[in-house]
Write a protein that binds this ligand. Structure first.
Ligand SMILES: [Zn+2]
Length: 359
């Protein structure tokens, strides 16, 4: 029998937990795990299972509408700014108090609640006086101190990072060629959303080659560093943007279509626009991280095959790791790249590098 949970990749123990919960749900669940691990898809499936008369058949009208995001009793609350605001938490309370439109139950899915900050006390009150008809499904990447008390009022469901094999298998089942699926899964860091984006990006292999050629283009002069740095900055400026923008345009169109059909006022436009901006920033960040990993692999290969000086290859890998860590503290990307390239040793044996299998 098909199930509404079929679309979720991996996460067997989390899903077992959610499936069991459908029979006699409590008032709040906290789904915790890294980005791209399937929390949102799972939350939506769980919501469908909670409303479906068959417990989540995946085929009835209720399941279909919940999965399409058009069921009036499943409300998705996305953060509007950098953090969840007190106003948003009050909006959550207002939504939670409303009676269900169709059946006896309503599901509120709250995303990004690791960013709850000062809104946590308002949210805590909502959770402490829950209307019997409302089930909260709260999503968070981790549990910061502000979320600890809220977490103690919820049943916690842990999501782990997906393995590269799980990501690749999911892509293949979506029609991606096996070789492409394996290549992108290898660099997606366990994130299915990132892997999907790369799988649809015809220029991905080309970008990987640009990064792989970097050590061969360095010749120890500041001039070569400046040229490579400027090429990489240009590459980062357009990498993957077209694919992401196409997906975002489709999401905007879906929103407009919903506004037209339901007559809602279109309050979601700003939230969607904000999320799209964040996605573009994140894309650039992801691309830089991917580039650095590719670069480290080139020096790693040179070390393994003996085509580069061992000591300088080890130093290069360490310098790249330092740069990747510095990136988390968000310094200026151009300076970071420039600084890194100055520290990297040239690798003379270009052909050996280019001919080595993609890592
Ligand atoms: Zn159903």
């Amino acid at each position: 029998m098909s199930s509404v949970f079929d679309d979720v990749v991996g996460q067997e123990s989390a899903l077992a937990h959610l499936r069991a919960a459908v029979v006699a749900p409590v008032h709040a669940y906290l789904l915790v795990g890294p980005p791209g691990s399937g929390k949102r898809t799972s939350a939506q499936a769980f919501a469908a299972a909670l409303l479906c008369p068959l417990g989540g058949c995946g085929e009835c009208d209720v399941c279909r509408r919940v999965l399409a995001g058009t069921h009036p009793d499943v409300l998705l609350v996305e953060r509007a700014g950098a953090f969840i605001s007190v106003d948003q938490a009050r909006e959550v309370r207002r939504l939670a108090m409303r009676s269900p439109n169709e059946g006896g139950r309503k599901v509120l899915i709250l995303t990004d609640f690791h960013l709850v900050r000062e809104a946590s006390s308002v949210l805590l009150k909502v959770l402490e006086e829950p209307p019997a008809s409302t089930v909260f499904v709260i999503l968070a990447e981790q549990i910061p101190p502000e979320l600890v008390t809220i977490a103690s009022r919820c049943v916690r469901v842990e999501f782990g990072s997906l393995s590269a094999a799980e990501v690749a298998a999911a892509l293949v089942s979506e029609g991606v060629a096996a070789a492409v699926a394996t290549a992108v899964a290898g660099v997606a860091g366990g994130r299915l959303d990132r892997a999907r984006l790369l799988a649809n990006d015809a220029e991905f292999a080309e970008r990987r080659d640009v990064w792989r050629r970097v050590p061969g283009r360095l010749d120890g002069t500041g001039a070569s560093v400046a040229m490579v740095a400027s090429d990489l900055a240009e590459l980062l400026g357009r990498a993957g943007v077209a694919v992401l923008e196409a997906r975002q345009a489709a999401e905007r169109a879906a929103l407009e279509e919903r506004v037209e059909r339901t007559g809602e006022r279109g309050a979601g436009r700003k939230i969607l626009a904000d999320r799209h901006k964040r996605e573009l920033r994140r894309l650039r960040h992801d691309e830089l991280r991917f580039g650095l990993a590719t670069l480290a692999a080139v020096y790693g290969d040179a070390l393994a095959t003996g085509s580069g000086d061992a000591r300088s290859c080890i130093a290069a890998v360490a310098a790249i790791q330092d740069a990747a860590e510095a990136m988390i503290r968000n310094p200026t990307e151009a300076l970071l790249l420039q600084d890194l390239l100055l520290r990297l040793p040239p690798l003379a044996d270009r052909r050996a590098i280019l001919d080595s299998p993609p890592g």
